[in-house]
Design a protein around this ligand. Sequence first.
Ligand SMILES: Cc1ncc(COP(=O)(O)O)c(C=O)c1O
Length: 472
Amino acid sequence: MNKDMSYKAVNDRKNEIMKKAVGIDYGTFESKGIAFDYEGMMKKVGYTIDEIKEIEGRTGIGNTPVYELRNLTALARKFAPEGKGARIFVKDEAANPSGSYKARRAAASVYHAKKMGYKGVIAATSGNYGAAVASQAAMLGLKCIIVQECYDSEHKGQPEIVEKARKCEAYGAEVVQLTVGPELFYTFLVLLEETGYFNASLYTPFGIAGVETLGYEIAEQFKEKEGKFPDVVVATNAGGGNLTGTARGLIKAGATDTQVIGASVDLSGLHMASDKQFNKKSFTTGHTGFGIPFATWPDRSDVPRSAARPLRYMDRYVTVTQGEVFYITEALAQVEGLERGPAGNTSLAAAFSLAQELDKDKIIVVQETEYTGAGKHIQPQLSFAKDNGIKVVVGDPKDQVPGENIVLPKDPSYIKVNEIKLDKLKRSFIKNAIANNSDVDITEKDIKFLAEETRKDEEFVKSILDELGVKY
Ligand SMILES: Cc1ncc(COP(=O)(O)O)c(C=O)c1O
């Protein structure tokens, strides 16, 4: 009998397809309520951090250099109060084989897929991760399919994403390009089912464990070079795996006092799933369009339980504007001689502002750079923005309206982070957890879990439940 390939039927087979494609039975970590065993799931990776380092090292991943950005530090100090202006460092993750930290995120998945006898890997991503999976698959001799959401209904695509397809193809991957909308997940499931390939999802424990080595290395490098762990690490945040993995690695290395700050580009008001607004943004990742929904409900990812849970690890969450990131991208190239891509420069723009709050002897680390190739220069994105009716002006970034204008700061003193209220996000997280489990009775175990997920105490959770009128 032929399989029912309707949208509904394929979606109904989702759990069965995932089980085969990741080799993880997520059901074993679930309880009847909201709670699930996050650390138990992370252990399912089955490789220690030393083993992951070894796996990554085999394909040239990791041990990336750290640079002190002396000229940008001096520039930040010009605008800082007396005695302020922390030393800014950057970890040059662009030195990884596929040009970003995503190589770490792909390594354990692809290695594991090969070990388990899968013939190929599939990843749904339009970002740097596609290049990373394709590159790892090429190195390990596996087939690779990348599913991209890249066009609006007029077949127009962001320059950065369109170039990314070429990059993946250059590594020998097959790229399936789709228009924005729900068909992505359907196509992804059908491909997994038909090929029997491994789901190299961004959000499995393998992916996050792969990023732990980044935090671990940062802690070790600073201990060795500066005799102490960094005071602050800034991580660009979208789906949350970059921050989660880095923070877990820092903790594993003993850097428990290092403050972890998430940074995203402010795209408030733009809807990611909207065909019309898809090309009104000039950033394809590291923005609030992913950062906020994924922080407040991580399990919207392409596996039943996301291993990326940023609210567990974030000490602060700040935003910067598109114009500020374009500006700092040019500054990094012109005063430090490093041309790098937008994702890492999002946390660099934030660090430039945050450094001015900290004493001069403090250390602030931008935990990544990226450069996966063509399409990364700011010029194609700005031309594309103008073609889509976005005004590009020079002024005060506070006047920006995402989707209408890009405001390049008049001078560096205008680069200022905007604080996102974490407690508000934590409240949304609890609200979403309740909404997604409307048929369950809330137990003590659930309350404990929600406290862990939001890194708050049980009293906080109970106060939100009371506010929402939820019985427990
Ligand atoms: C180079 C780079 N840095 C940071 C991020 C953000 O990572 P995450 O989605 O895990 O928050 C991305 C995501 O696509 C990326 O490609």
